[in-house]
Design a protein around this ligand. Structure first.
Ligand code: PNS
Length: 159
């Protein structure tokens, strides 16, 4: 594929996300990591903070661009000429939500194809929400998130 988007909240970006980004690069010429400006759920970090963390975590990766998007994902995908949407799958529990999203997005914009990539088993248990919970309680999260996100988490949660 020429252009695909990898959308998400990235609140914060984790090594699981970075793993999906690395895998996705192998199947596309250009990967646009699309950070949702206002996702449905409340975020701990602002859109600019989440964007900066993803930018720093992907610095040096050829063919990867990181942008903010607002509004409908399929509208953004159409504007940037993306042929596909990448989503990472960790466990069966992700499937129902992802299935609903993929089919809704297809209904809204038929030409778009959702491609699921399996996260490496080393990261399959990681989630941004669990990482935030343990960071708030003072755990060391440096093996879960890239240095930029680790720094931001320390600033935010003071640990
Ligand atoms: O990392 P997340 O929170 O699982 O990502 C969810 C995200 C941001 C990809 C999804 O909420 C989204 O696409 N939001 C944009 C608005 C939209 O198009 N919603 C309809 C999706 S079917």
């Amino acid at each position: 594929m020429r252009v695909v988007v990898y959308p998400g909240s990235f609140d914060p970006v984790t090594y699981g996300h970075v793993d999906v980004i690395r895998r996705a690069r192998r199947i596309t010429e250009k990967l646009i990591v699309a950070v949702a400006k206002s996702p449905a759920k409340e975020t701990a970090f602002s859109a600019e903070e989440r964007l900066d963390m993803v930018r720093e975590a992907t610095r040096g990766l050829d063919g990867v661009e990181v942008n903010l998007f607002d509004g409908l994902l399929v509208e953004y995908a159409r504007q940037v000429g993306a042929e596909g949407i990448i989503r990472g799958l960790r466990a069966l529990s992700d499937f129902e939500y992802e299935f609903q999203m993929a089919l809704t997005n297809r209904k809204l914009y038929e030409p778009i194809e959702t491609i699921f990539l399996m996260t490496s088993e080393s990261y399959s248990y990681l989630s941004s929400s669990l990482i935030k919970e343990i960071a708030r309680l003072g755990a060391d999260i440096s093996s879960f998130v890239p240095p930029a996100a680790c720094r931001k988490m320390k600033e935010r949660f003071g640990k």
